[in-house]
Design a protein around this ligand. Structure first.
Ligand code: F6P
Length: 496
């Protein structure tokens, strides 16, 4: 694939697969964690495009390769870059700041310097593999400077950016010492996508406050500079989703259904199985959920013989200090709850600190009567959508935090404020006691919503807007249309 050029290039820090090395030194690939990969992988399977990203391990240089049909262009990060760019600026500065400072954000100038340098390398790599006039779609908070860097290097490109996590209100964003550079970096894109209406609004406000550019939603008028001509940028929400049909198909497979029954049996066939599935991250409100559950047991509202909480907490960012603390805290709490309420044969919380293949996840969703999504702040939360997609039996109750982006769409879930522990406990009890007819009614309406906006709709909608912003599909050209002959079914961006 050396020197191969692509009409469609996706750029993200994470690739769909992570390289893992066993004790005997042999290397293999495993699916990467996180919502970005869940959403983008099915999109990339339908294109002839290339995916530029990091393989998840420091100091490993690999030539471009194809992995289960996906064209991968790996970018190597040094150990120092992993520490400063990834663990530092991306995950200890931007991540907490953009999630409303649930934990304090840390500002270090050498982390910023590394962020700039690594963003430049991603931009260079994308520029090297993008064909003339290609569409390059850059993803997420780790790469916010890439759009401007790419535009300066390759003005012929059509550039999109999608932010998978929230964009904070100006009062918080303004803390960032490099707030203007980040905004300018993002404005290098033709279209900037966000999860929620409020994220797009926060971004436009930051542009007005910091740069004074005129904005009239969804447009931002970027004036000419010495380096670039005047441009009109679109900034608007595109709520992300999953491959609903594929996930439902998986959940309908006899093997997955049998596994769901087996899971309940292995748990001792309790009356109620409650499920939580998260990366082990402080944004997910796992501690709040455990507190509510333990108080329910303590007050005798549920008996440990009748209920099990299965908590899947997949390992994440394990070298970052706040994540180490979180793990200790959660595992201590789980140990306490099991010590206080467990009996021989009945564990209150079944805690699993690993990731699982999609088949096992689908089986877990089918086995769970109640799904708890208690995020304190979350861009979207695709686990909520996976649960709904899996429930072809129109059963199961979704308890969903209003602070997750998914709450904008999944209105017939039981919406909760995770900080309100009493309210959360009442919602859990309402879910446990909900009559079958109401469960069916709510789940039907959730499933309709999730089906209407699946990941195909999300990507078509984004790419259509990107193409419109650049003078329409003609500019992309029929053979350069990234999604080939797939039907475009999107609302058009209104002309100003
Ligand atoms: O989907 C949101 C996201 O934050 C991605 O940007 C990120 O790649 C993923 O979750 C998992 O985090 P990490 O890449 O740090 O393991």
């Amino acid at each position: 694939m050396a020197d191969e050029r692509f009409a469609f290039v996706v750029v993200s820090n994470r690739l769909p697969v992570d390289r893992v090395v066993a004790e005997d030194g042999s290397a293999s690939w495993k699916q990467s964690p996180g919502g970005l990969v869940t959403a983008l992988e099915p999109v990339m399977r339908k294109t002839e495009g290339a995916w530029v990203g990091w393989i998840g391990q420091p100091e490993v240089e690999l030539a471009p390769f194809t992995h289960s049909g996906l064209r991968i262009v790996p970018l190597a990060l040094t150990g120092g870059e992993v520490e400063l760019f990834y663990e530092g600026f991306s995950n200890d500065t931007i991540w907490p700041l953009y999630h409303d400072v649930i934990v304090p954000a840390t500002y270090h100038r050498d982390w910023w310097d590394s962020y700039v340098a690594v963003n430049q390398r991603f931009a260079d790599q994308a520029a090297a593999v993008a064909d003339v006039g290609a569409t390059v779609w850059v993803h997420d908070y780790q790469l916010q400077l890439v759009p401007r860097m790419l535009r300066l290097a390759r003005p012929d490109l059509v550039i999109g950016f999608f932010n998978h996590i929230p964009f904070p209100a100006y009062g918080l964003y303004s803390q960032l010492p490099w707030r203007t550079q980040i905004i300018e970096g993002l404005l290098g894109a033709d279209v900037i996508g966000f999860q929620r209406v409020s994220d797009a609004g926060n971004f436009s406000r930051a542009v007005r406050r910091l740069l004074g550019y005129p904005t009239r939603s969804p447009f931002i008028e970027v004036p000419a500079t010495d380096e670039l001509p005047a441009r009109r940028v679109v900034a608007r929400p595109f709520p992300i989703s999953i491959d609903v049909v594929a996930f439902e198909e998986l959940a309908r497979s006899p093997a997955v259904q049998a596994r769901a029954t087996q899971i309940r049996a292995e748990l001792g066939n309790p009356k109620t199985v409650i499920l939580g599935v998260d990366r082990l991250d402080y944004t997910k409100g796992i501690g709040h959920r455990l507190k509510a559950f333990s108080e329910i047991l303590e007050e005798g509202r549920l008996k440990v013989e009748d209920v099990t909480l299965v908590q899947v907490a997949s390992p994440s960012r394990e070298r970052v200090e706040t994540y180490k603390h979180l793990r200790d805290e959660i595992e201590l709490t789980v140990g306490r709850i099991n010590g206080d309420f467990g009996t021989i044969g009945h564990q209150a919380v079944n805690y699993l600190h690993h990731g699982f293949p999609r088949e096992e996840m689908a089986a877990l969703y089918l086995a769970a009567d109640v799904m708890l999504v208690t995020a304190l702040r979350d861009g979207m939360n695709l686990v909520a959508k996976e649960y709904v997609a899996a429930r072809h039996d129109e059963d199961g109750v979704l308890v969903l935090s209003e602070f997750a982006g998914a709450a904008d769409e999944l209105k017939t879930s039981l919406r909760i404020n995770p900080h309100d522990i009493d309210g959360l406990k009442d919602a859990i009890m309402q879910a446990v006691d909900m009559p079958r007819a109401e469960r069916r009614k709510r789940m039907r309406s959730l499933r309709k919503r999730v089906r209407e906006n699946d990941v195909g709709h999300w990507s078509r909608s984004f790419l259509r807007t990107l193409s419109d912003a650049n003078g329409g599909i003609d500019r992309l050209g029929a053979d350069l249309d990234p999604l080939g002959d797939l039907e475009w079914t999107v609302e058009r961006v209104p002309k100003p």
